[in-house]
Structure formats: C-alpha cells, structure tokens
Design a protein around this ligand. Structure first.
Ligand SMILES: *[C@@H]1O[C@H](CO)[C@@H](O)[C@H](O)[C@H]1NC(C)=O
Ligand SMILES: *[C@@H]1O[C@H](CO)[C@@H](O)[C@H](O)[C@H]1NC(C)=O
Ligand SMILES: *[C@@H]1O[C@H](CO)[C@@H](O)[C@H](O)[C@H]1NC(C)=O
Ligand SMILES: *[C@@H]1O[C@H](CO)[C@@H](O)[C@H](O)[C@H]1NC(C)=O
Length: 174
C-alpha cells in the first residue's frame, strides 16, 4: 500500500496533464496530487462467442496520465460490479478503478468508465466514454470472433459525472 501511494505521488509530479475536454464540476474537490482522466487507449479488443452462445469480451485499457494499464474481461463466470440491477451491467477490469459496459442493444458497443481522482480518497466522480470503433467479425457455424477496427483506439474523455447510485465505489489506493 505504501508503495502504491508513493507511486501515485511520483506520477502526479512527473506527468504533464493533457488538456481536459470537459469541465471539472464545482462540487468536485480535486487535490493537488490528483491527475484527472483525460485520454485512454483500448487495444486487443475481442468479443468471442462460443457454440453455446456465451460471449467473452476482453481488451487492454491504458491511461498513461493516470498510470493505469489493465486487462479487462467479461466471461460467463463474471459478475456485474454494480449493486443496482437497474443500471447497465458494469464489469470491473483487473484494476477495479476501470469498469466497462458491453452491450449489443440500447447504447450498443463498449463503454469504458474510469474513477476520477481516486487518490483523493473520496472521489464520487467518474469519466466515461463510448469507445468509437467498428467490429470486424469472423465466424463459422459454431463460433464467432469479433475484433475492433481499428485495433488500437485512442480517445479523449468528454464527460465527467457523479458516480450513479448503486455503482460500486472505486477501490481507494489508501
Ligand atoms: C445463438 O444466438 C443466435 C442469435 O441470437 C440464435 O439465433 C441461436 O439460435 C442461438 N444458438 C444457441 C445454441 O442458443
Ligand atoms: C473470467 O474473467 C475473469 C476476470 O478477468 C478471470 O479472472 C477469469 O479467469 C475468467 N474465467 C474464465 C473461465 O476464463
Ligand atoms: C465505422 O463505419 C462507418 C461506416 O462505414 C464509418 O462511417 C465510420 O467512420 C466508422 N467508424 C470508425 C470509428 O472507424
Ligand atoms: C479472437 O481474435 C483475436 C484477434 O485476432 C485473437 O487474439 C483471439 O485469440 C481470438 N479469440 C479466440 C478465442 O479465438
């Protein structure tokens, strides 16, 4: 734990933050050592559907400003991270400060959600974004594997909102 606190401090002092494409809400307290989510990269996306119609979604999420580099996967044993079932199901990445929603109806596609400023210990805000890509799918009668086109997508967050009620609190580094 001490190690991760030291690491965050190092990141904050060495990373020049990218200009933000959203306004920080007045109600949000941003501590001096906090780096806001600004830009992310999604790579190695695949949505693989097996013969029993179970789809496994996986990708790698990187936010170089906040120092996050994590694998994300939703498979048939994954449980939604949110406690409020009326929210679209969110799944946690290996670094649970990042969650995602993947759906083929409603707001279709992959949405990524990054907890804003978890180093402040009390952040109730999150940046979220629908990841802009098309899918290229290959299929046989028994399996179907879709990948993103382009394969690496770098995109900026354009919104920062309060975390909805019933979405699990982020994992604090403290
Ligand atoms: C898989 O899903 C497709 C499309 O929803 C459906 O047509 C098909 O019958 C399903 N197959 C199985 C084995 O459930
Ligand atoms: C399902 O995904 C979780 C989260 O990434 C992973 O820990 C687990 O090993 C996966 N299960 C299977 C059966 O692949
Ligand atoms: C997805 O495909 C549509 C139609 O071909 C195209 O207009 C759009 O630019 C593509 N989006 C991306 C992110 O490549
Ligand atoms: C789906 O396609 C991707 C990209 O080609 C590949 O990395 C992945 O291993 C494939 N998944 C399966 C289960 O075949």
């Amino acid at each position: 734990m001490l190690l991760s606190v030291a690491f965050v401090g190092l990141m904050a002092s060495t990373v020049a933050s990218t200009p933000l494409k959203y306004k920080i809400p007045a109600s949000m307290k941003v501590s001096a050592d906090c780096t806001m989510p600004s830009e992310y990269t999604v790579s190695d996306f695949s949505a693989f559907t097996d013969r029993s119609n179970q789809t496994t979604v996986s990708f790698v999420y990187v936010d170089k400003d906040t120092g996050i580099n994590t694998r994300c996967e939703r498979n048939q044993t994954s449980k939604p991270h949110n406690t409020n079932p009326s929210l679209a199901s969110r799944y946690a990445c290996d670094d649970a400060n990042v969650e995602f929603i993947y759906q083929t109806t409603g707001v279709a596609g992959l949405t990524v959600i990054e907890a804003a400023c978890p180093e402040s210990g009390s952040s109730a805000f999150e940046a979220s974004s629908l990841v802009p890509f098309n899918q290229t799918c290959g299929s046989t009668s028994k399996r179907r594997n879709c990948t993103s086109n382009p394969s690496d997508i770098t995109n900026e967050f354009t919104s920062l909102e309060p975390r909805p009620a019933g979405a699990k609190a982020h994992v604090s580094v403290f």
